[in-house]
Design a binder for this molecule. Sequence first.
Ligand code: FAD
Length: 457
Amino acid sequence: MTYDLVVLGSGPGGYAAAFRAADLGLSVALIERHNNLGGVCLNVGCIPSKALLHVAGKILEAEAPSHGVQFAKPMIDLEAIRHHRQSTVDTLTGNLKLMAEGRHVAVFHGEGQFDSSHSIVVKGDTEQRLEFKHAIIAVGSRAIRLPFIPYQDPRILDATSALQLERIPKHMLVIGGGIIGLEMATVYQSLGAQITIAELGDQIMTGADKDLVRVFEKANKSRMDFLTQTQVTAVEPTPDTLKVRLKDAHGEQTLNVDAVLVAVGRTPNGRNAGIPEIGVKLDERGFILTNDQCQTSIPNIYAIGDVTHGPMLAHKASHQGHTAAEVIAGKAVDFQPLAIPSIAYTYPEVAWVGLTETSAKQQGIAVKTAAFPWSASGRAIASGVTQGKTKLIYDPETERVLGAGIVGAHAGELLGELTLAIEFGATLEDIALTIHAHPSLHETVGLAAEVGAGTIT
Ligand code: FAD
């Protein structure tokens, strides 16, 4: 049998593409090397990390000033926490299996390797060769490994092993102050670890505006040490400790820690699975080159998700998956989002979408900003979450909103309105005239727009 479509990789890009294509009437095969569907996101990424961050939030809430209610010191049951993480993953990956069955998507478990632009070999319990009219490559990315790290030492963690919560170290160094490192730092800190973050760049959470990041740092400065413009040059294991060499503008120092989490970014899997060999063009870093319809240099082969350019995020992968499947089914669609939201699910959360003030400056785009501090929000004061800020970035001529950033409790949930506003081309006035419920945290979005529009100061 020749499939209309073979999808390689079952992460949020791959399964979204396979399901949409099946819904549009195509015969679809989905290839995945692991037993579970769902890729990095469901198995060792977005979902298990959020299950652990939910627990971290409960602990941090119990430890926060309680406004008249005293909680006892939280009792940590690591086994139960691991169970919550795993049952969340199992529920979602189990659902995916049922959804694939319900749509008659043929799932093949094994290592896929293209042997031509119309066929792929799957090596699992048996070896099978599948022929296809179209293929979508959704092979994702993997963690970058630093050459000087002694990975064989069990005290060295990456994001995947950190999610296992084998033990809670007394002092953990996190190499890399990106979203993944900071989320895992939040989990381990809430469970009792002392945390030091070492970041090579001049700020943690690169990508977010500094004024938002400062609110996060201030809220966490008693819980975490942030070392920016700091390079980790060596990690030496001894029986009692890991000796870490740190270098910054002032010189070098040694830090003794009990665990090191390496979270220095991810690299695409574009050079695997026979992809370059069949003629699919990559850039020098291994990202697959695609056009706006997710089509590669081989016309019947498409690529989506982390293996393509753009932010390495699940929702970007799944939207590209829908685009590729629809194009293959004959629809005239493009992947051209104005706004892809980024959220750090830390405490407080930091969320941003569209143009940031920093990137506007770098690109020479004239913008104005308007912000509303949560210390003036009734709901934030009543809820004890005044460490927050809602900020809009807009065109000074048209007052059209081009970007937004929020730091504070539930910032990620509040960002949805602003993502829609950017996609719809909303102006400050559109947002200011939209009635936001009082008292609510989303009211800060309307109030920031009023500040920008000059109706309040
Ligand atoms: P992946 O999810 O990487 O899936 C690729 C799949 O292809 C894998 O299952 C792999 O086994 C399979 N595969 C690869 N090669 C082959 C082959 N040759 N044969 C068979 N199968 C193959 N993103 C968010 O948007 N929100 C978050 O909160 C978030 N949190 C994260 C937390 C962590 C700790 C990590 C590591 C990542 C997080 N991400 C988050 C990023 C997100 O997981 C990725 O952007 C997303 O999974 C990318 O989806 P994808 O479909 O491109 O690939």
